[in-house]
Design a protein around this ligand. Structure first.
Ligand code: ARG
Length: 498
């Protein structure tokens, strides 16, 4: 692009990108290989914001004059309006935007890059964009939790089988199962918010890594960009990507939570315990009778994207020396892949669960299969004074050596108990009480310890979960408002120059 054509900005091949560092590097066969311009679309808006904040600060510090600042800021408005696709070819978005500014302003546009480097610039862009993605993900998870809690509240008495080793273990409820995932999502939210605090710091002013002789005000660019404080050491500020790792790890952990939920739903669907809404199921192209839980399989499968992203990121970063190395250009994409995939999965996984039908009668019948009330019977005997180990022995004996999965009836239980105990069972517990414990609903109702599946115990969990949810929403709103306020501040400062 020739410099006497200010405003022209289309991708125009070989001559493009000449305004910055003119003839030193002409490109060559590795030009495309080195370029991150396509990937950088993700941080285009971030880079414009970072440029604006830097220019405003430079003008305030009298490093550049107000008129030049105004020209650069006006050019940035045009570049932003034209969009990423209109940038000329270049090594990356930072260079391409700078080129577009110089094309419009002339050589004084080159003052924009005073007292900085692309190293602190890209670090700031990544943090700026990542913070937005984290807030989007947190909002998605918070919304999902609200929906899960609402549905759980409808199912505190919907008894269902609970499993260990994928074998029928003890009866529980749909609410208890849902609340177990909501609880995990609470921690996933906390991890994301925790990462946010360390992501949202300003690396600008580090320049290449060794600071700058100019009198920059790092707190001011932090304020204009909504960062809460600065990354202190300039070498660390340019080099560190652990905030990216932390955010990606939190996303991958969340994906793992979702994969468990998805797997449960696949198993439940297989057993007829849940009927997915058609919106969340798929059919076979050849087998007309099929209704497949494809969405849940994809949620499970997408966990691979998240863990791959984390692995890719860590592998990229491992062993990098201080301060900046071009490997870092490949870091962001792993995080973006992971975070995007997880963000999409949250809504689908939750949507499938909250729109599903839970056939209560079938579930309760299944909950009694495999003598899954056995622990409840043993507990009942133990509560009546039989040592638990003896009670366990009674129930095991009653189930019999040729046990085929059905619960013994109360007569068999009583007889075995009397054999083992050497005294009448009625010394301990009446038959009616014992018979009741063979019912899955009773087995659930008994287990009213804190966090347990009894309806009132689950109701207490749901109440606490709603409190935590409200706190998380407040934290989210606070972050969103801080970011929006900074954007308003930056815009009004920019308007003072253009
Ligand atoms: N595109 C580069 C990146 O993403 C920007 C920083 C380039 N810095 C450098 N020293 N070559 O990391």
């Amino acid at each position: 692009m020739s410099e006497d054509e200010p405003g022209a900005g289309a991708n125009d091949g070989a001559e493009s990108g000449t305004a910055v560092r003119r003839d030193r590097f002409s490109g060559g066969p590795a030009r495309v290989f080195m370029s991150s311009l396509a990937d950088d679309e993700r941080i285009f808006a971030a880079d414009v914001a970072v440029d604006r904040a830097h220019v405003v600060m430079l003008a305030e510090q009298d490093v550049i004059d107000d008129e030049t600042a105004g020209d650069i800021l006006a050019a940035l408005d045009e570049v932003e309006a034209a969009g990423h696709d209109e940038l000329s070819d270049g090594e990356d978005v930072h260079e391409a935007i700078e080129t577009a500014v110089i094309d419009r302003v002339g050589p004084d546009g080159g003052r924009m890059h005073t007292a900085r480097s692309r190293n602190d610039e890209v670090a700031a862009c990544i943090r700026y964009r990542l913070r937005e993605d984290l807030l989007t993900l947190v909002r998605t998870v918070v919304d999902a939790r609200k929906q899960l809690l609402d549905v759980a509240a409808e199912h505190t008495e919907t008894v269902m089988p609970g499993y260990t080793h994928l074998q029928p273990a003890q009866p529980t409820t749909v609410a208890h199962w849902i609340a177990s995932y909501e609880q995990a999502l609470q921690r996933d939210t906390a991890r994301l918010l925790d990462a946010y605090g360390r992501v949202n710091r300003n690396p600008l002013g580090a320049a290449a890594f060794a600071g700058t002789p100019f009198d920059v005000d790092r707190e001011r660019t932090a304020e204009l960009l909504g960062f809460e404080g600065v990354v202190e050491n300039s070498m660390d500020a340019a080099a560190a990507r652990d905030a990216l790792v932390e955010a990606t790890a939190a996303a991958a952990t969340l994906a793992t939570t979702l994969s468990g939920l998805a797997e449960d739903v696949v198993v439940f669907a297989n057993r007829g315990f849940v009927e997915l809404s058609d919106d969340y199921a798929s059919t076979s192209s050849i087998m007309p009778q099929k209704k497949n839980p494809d969405t849940m399989e994809l949620v499970r499968g997408r966990t691979g994207d998240a863990t791959a992203g984390l692995q890719g990121l860590l592998t990229t970063l491992k062993g990098l020396p201080r301060a900046y190395n071009r490997d870092l250009q490949r870091a962001g994409r792993h995080a973006w892949d992971a975070i995007d995939s997880v963000t999409e999965s949250v809504a689908v996984a939750t949507g499938a669960v909250v729109t599903a039908d839970w056939p209560a009668e079938d579930l309760e019948a299944a909950a009694g299969e495999g003598f899954s009330t056995a622990t409840g019977v043993a507990d009942r005997l133990a509560m009546a004074g039989v040592p638990f180990r003896t009670a366990h022995e009674v129930v095991a004996a009653a189930a019999g050596e040729d046990y085929e999965g059905d619960a013994p009836d109360v007569e068999a239980l009583a007889a075995t108990a009397e054999d083992v105990l050497g005294e009448p069972l009625t010394e301990y517990v009446d038959r009616e009480t014992l018979a009741a414990t063979l019912s899955p609903a009773e087995s659930v109702a008994m287990r009213d310890s804190r966090g347990g599946p009894a309806p009132e115990a689950v109701a207490a969990q749901l109440a606490t979960a709603r409190d935590v949810l409200a706190d998380d929403r407040d934290a989210l709103t606070e972050h969103r408002e801080a970011v929006a306020a900074a954007a308003d501040l930056l815009r009004s400062e920019v308007d003072g120059y253009v």
